[in-house]
Ligand binder design. Structure first.
Ligand SMILES: O=C(O)CCC(=O)C(=O)O
Ligand SMILES: [Fe+2]
Length: 184
């Protein structure tokens, strides 16, 4: 999964007109991690979610899942179920890709619903840079005509703040890249 994630990073760089290895240096002390999600069956599946709506805060996510289904992606304001295929991997563009590419790529909002009868497993690899990296639109992708859409933020600090707030029940959103968005 990790090899694939780095390969995809190279391809994304090429698609942006950058050298394939442009981003590699930011991952020398990568803080990437793998998470196994277990969603037990829930008799009140219409009243709750397995994983609330969010955008992944990483560069990209490689997701494997079983054949139960539950992942949904927001498209044109509607939640669209993703057909489960245990032989396929799902790739999510994350927030860091959105910032580095100055919004040529956009991270996708998604969530996971639970199943009334069956348990479900998914495995996600989150590709994230070294703690000290300042995330900001790449210089090659900004110009006078296309100025940076985000102020720089420190990945490690962002992640620590996000982790501290993720487990609190609160009505406000936790820290998000739009907190660093430059107004249009
Ligand atoms: O279980 C899934 O399909 C989605 C999990 C997810 O979005 C996440 O772990 O960030
Ligand atoms: Fe996610």
């Amino acid at each position: 999964m990790e090899k694939l994630a780095f390969k995809l990073m190279e391809i994304i760089c090429l698609s942006l007109g950058l050298p394939g290895g442009r981003l590699k240096g930011y991952f020398e002390e990568q803080t990437s991690f793998l998470r196994i999600n277990h969603y037990p069956p829930c008799p009140f599946s219409d009243l709750t979610l397995g994983c609330g709506r969010h955008k992944d805060f990483d560069f990209l996510t490689v997701l494997a899942q079983d054949d139960v289904g539950g992942l949904e992606v927001k498209r044109n304001g509607k939640w669209v179920p993703v057909k489960p295929d245990p032989t396929a991997l799902i790739i999510n563009v994350g927030d860091i890709c959105q910032v580095w590419s100055n919004e040529r790529y956009k991270s996708a909002e998604h969530r996971a619903v639970v199943n009334g009868e069956k348990e479900r497993y998914s495995i996600a690899l989150f590709l994230v840079p070294s703690h000290h990296v300042m995330v900001k639109p790449l210089e090659e992708l900004v110009s006078e005509k296309d100025p940076p859409k985000y102020l720089p933020y420190n990945w490690g600090k962002f992640y620590a703040t996000r982790n501290r707030s993720d487990y609190k029940k609160q009505n406000v959103d936790n820290i998000q890249i739009h907190d660093f968005r430059v107004p249009n």
